[in-house]
Design a protein around this ligand. Structure first.
Ligand SMILES: C[C@](O)(CO)[C@H](O)COP(=O)(O)O
Length: 251
């Protein structure tokens, strides 16, 4: 059931921009529509992450990246499921291209200094916590780039180039399972994506492009097991269980 629409406070302050990516087909979940718009405890999967990012001090605007065929769904999320206005744009053929389009959408505000940091998040990770978004934002502001990660203790060894620069709890250089949101100094990551576009580079996530095209020592903060990505139908069932077990609500 959809929540009643609430009035939108004239809030958006802060120089960080949140970007939520729902530009893939998201069909492996097998529901016939993009998983980002499936319902999780009364709101779309995408709305959960959007509302969490919106609540974080320092995030001043939200860009929601969707496929052209999902624009109607996105407008519904904007008008009925989030309290803050979304800037809805259409993405590209790949994640890399969708990120590029989001950064270009912000380019004027990045150039003017109105946006200093960008946090890029998967719509398919609805249960990211306020604390984790905040931690990534703070770390990104300190170091230029930060991602959430969970040490992959079950993997025996990390080869050179497989690891991030530094992380918490003595896990420096450890191999980690990377999540989102991934936060970066805005002007640096915009330049990186423009350079990558010129080269035809296609990375797997924001950190991979940063590692290829910037000198930022991408650091990581401890991620959360509950911040898993919904890919298959069973992931949605798990998310529903987590929501009810932890008594979570969106917005
Ligand atoms: C960025 C990411 O969430 C890291 O785990 C993951 O690579 C996203 O994959 P997707 O196929 O672009 O959703």
């Amino acid at each position: 059931m959809t929540q009643p629409r609430r009035s939108r406070p004239p809030r958006l302050h802060g120089r960080a921009a949140g970007v939520v990516l729902a530009g893939g087909s998201g069909t492996r979940v097998g529901a016939g529509i993009n998983k980002a718009f499936l319902s999780l405890a009364g709101r779309s999967i995408a709305a959960w992450g959007l509302n969490t990012l919106a609540a974080v001090e320092g995030i001043g605007l939200l860009v929601f990246v969707v496929r052209p065929e999902d624009l109607e769904h996105a407008r519904f999320v904007d008008s009925r499921e989030t309290d803050w206005p979304l800037e809805i744009i259409t993405g590209g053929e790949t994640r890399q291209e969708s990120e590029l389009f989001a950064l270009r959408h912000l380019a004027d505000r990045i150039d003017s200094g109105a946006v200093d940091t960008v946090l890029i998040h998967d719509a398919a990770r609805p249960l990211v916590s306020h604390g984790l978004v905040s931690a990534v934002l703070h770390a990104a502001r300190e170091t230029g780039g930060a991602v959430p990660g969970i040490p992959a203790d079950d993997i025996a060894a990390a080869g050179p180039g497989d690891s991030l620069a530094a992380g918490p709890d003595g896990h420096r250089g450890a191999l980690v399972r990377v999540q989102t949101p991934q936060g970066f100094h805005a002007a640096t990551i915009l330049d990186a994506y423009e350079a990558a576009a010129r080269d035809g580079f296609v990375g797997t996530d924001t950190a991979s492009c940063a590692e290829e095209y910037t000198d930022i020592p991408v650091t990581w903060v401890r991620g959360e097991e509950t911040n898993f990505k919904i890919t298959y139908a069973q992931d949605l069932l798990l998310a529903q269980d987590v929501v009810s077990a932890l008594g979570l609500r969106s917005g």
